[in-house]
Unconditional design. Structure first.
Length: 387
């Protein structure tokens, strides 16, 4: 038997993984949907819908996270110059969302595929009950073979409307996390992640596979410049980081390439593939890892870090060295080592003031130190997720 070369092995591995893609989140940015112009590009939208239709016909579940509402609003109102005033961009989003959804509805109707509009903000997912309500609704839509078309609710999400068109990168990752997707596919106006911006540096090369998004990979994001993307490659990398650390692989690729969605789902070696080294997690841990409700940081010593990492233990007060708050009992916090690296997050049993009072002490001394006790653990292992 001949031994596969490294590139052949990676292609085979990626092709094998594609067979397991059943629930797929597709994120289409404004730069893709407009073709780089100042209005929605209908042929591009038709192609995207046709590709989703092909996968739908194969029995796959597709969730479409889309930008483009502000661009549609600008076109409808005849506005060509960039608008930076937040309140007016909200007006454009309100006007454009209707036209964006109408365009999608008409295209999907030709294929006899039912769709539903889902408008979300980060606040909708910050609390556990809201997270579960949204999850249950979207899963019910998928069960009924309805394609959810998801967008950030720019009319009310003031913080999310940036100086250029919003991208929904973070939202797409949160949705992939939310529904336990098999793949997050981020469509952009570039072929993937490069060693430098290929439009400025002809020697830049595509990175076909990323095993781990570390500081080096993140540093490459600043070398990519996009006209339309609010967060650029940086926000796309962060989206992939959120997805992969909860067990969802991701691909960044060029949404203007012919039949790109079907090619990626079919296992073709295009774009940049971000692998995941963790298995899929239960819903509560995925919610914690989404980072939506993080309120502080607990810094622990080497012994506590080893216990959490290797022995899957609970976080006890004796291993805590510093507390950065404020946070309340029941909040989610980062857990960091002495070098400042976040390696876990979890649901705390005590407030920041209480943790500060009991840090470095034995658990049996908690009642005497703070006048009450909610258990021996500051964070129980069942409420903790490694990053």
């Amino acid at each position: 038997m001949t031994r596969k070369t490294a590139p052949q092995a990676l292609k085979q591995k990626r092709s094998d993984a594609s067979k397991r893609y059943r629930r797929i989140v597709v994120k289409a940015g404004t730069g893709v949907l407009t073709g780089g112009a100042d209005s929605l590009h209908v042929p591009t939208m038709q192609s995207l819908v046709a590709q989703i239709g092909d996968l739908y016909g194969e029995g796959k579940e597709i969730l479409l996270v889309t930008s483009g509402a502000i661009a549609a609003g600008m076109n409808y109102l005849g506005i060509s110059e960039q608008v930076r005033q937040v309140s007016f961009r909200q007006v454009l989003a309100a006007v454009g969302q209707n036209h964006l959804m109408h365009a999608y509805s008409s295209l999907f109707e030709r294929l006899k595929i039912p769709v539903a509009q889902v408008l979300l903000t980060r606040r909708d997912l910050e609390d556990r009950q809201g997270y579960l309500n949204v999850r249950n609704t979207i899963l019910s839509l998928l069960q009924r073979r309805v394609v959810p078309i998801i967008n950030e609710n720019d009319v009310v999400a003031v913080d999310e409307i940036g100086p250029v068109f919003g991208d929904n990168d973070t939202l797409s990752a949160l949705v992939a996390n939310l529904v336990d997707a098999d793949l997050l596919l981020v469509l952009t106006d570039m072929d993937g992640l490069f060693t430098a911006d290929p439009r400025r540096n002809p020697s830049a090369t595509l990175i076909p596979r990323v095993e781990r998004i570390d500081s080096y990979i993140e540093s490459l994001a600043g070398k990519h410049v996009s006209t339309w993307s609010r967060g650029g490659m940086s926000s796309k990398l962060q989206a992939c980081k959120v997805a992969t650390r909860s067990g969802v692989p991701a691909v960044i690729c060029n949404g203007r390439e012919p039949n790109i969605v079907n090619r990626v789902v079919g296992g073709e070696d295009v774009g940049t593939y971000f692998s995941t080294s963790v298995s899929k997690m239960e819903s509560r841990k995925r919610w914690m890892l989404s980072g939506l409700s993080l309120h502080g940081v607990i810094i622990v010593d080497e012994g506590a870090e080893a216990s959490l990492r290797r022995r899957h233990g609970s976080l006890l007060p004796v291993g805590i060295r510093e507390v950065n708050g404020p946070f309340q009992r029941g909040d989610i916090v980062y857990i960091s080592n002495m070098e400042g690296q976040h390696f876990a997050c979890g649901l705390v049993n005590y407030s920041s003031d209480q943790v500060d009072a009991i840090k470095g002490k034995r658990s049996d001394g908690i009642p005497e130190l703070i006048g009450c006790s909610y258990g021996e653990e500051v964070v129980h292992r069942n409420n903790l997720a490694l990053i």
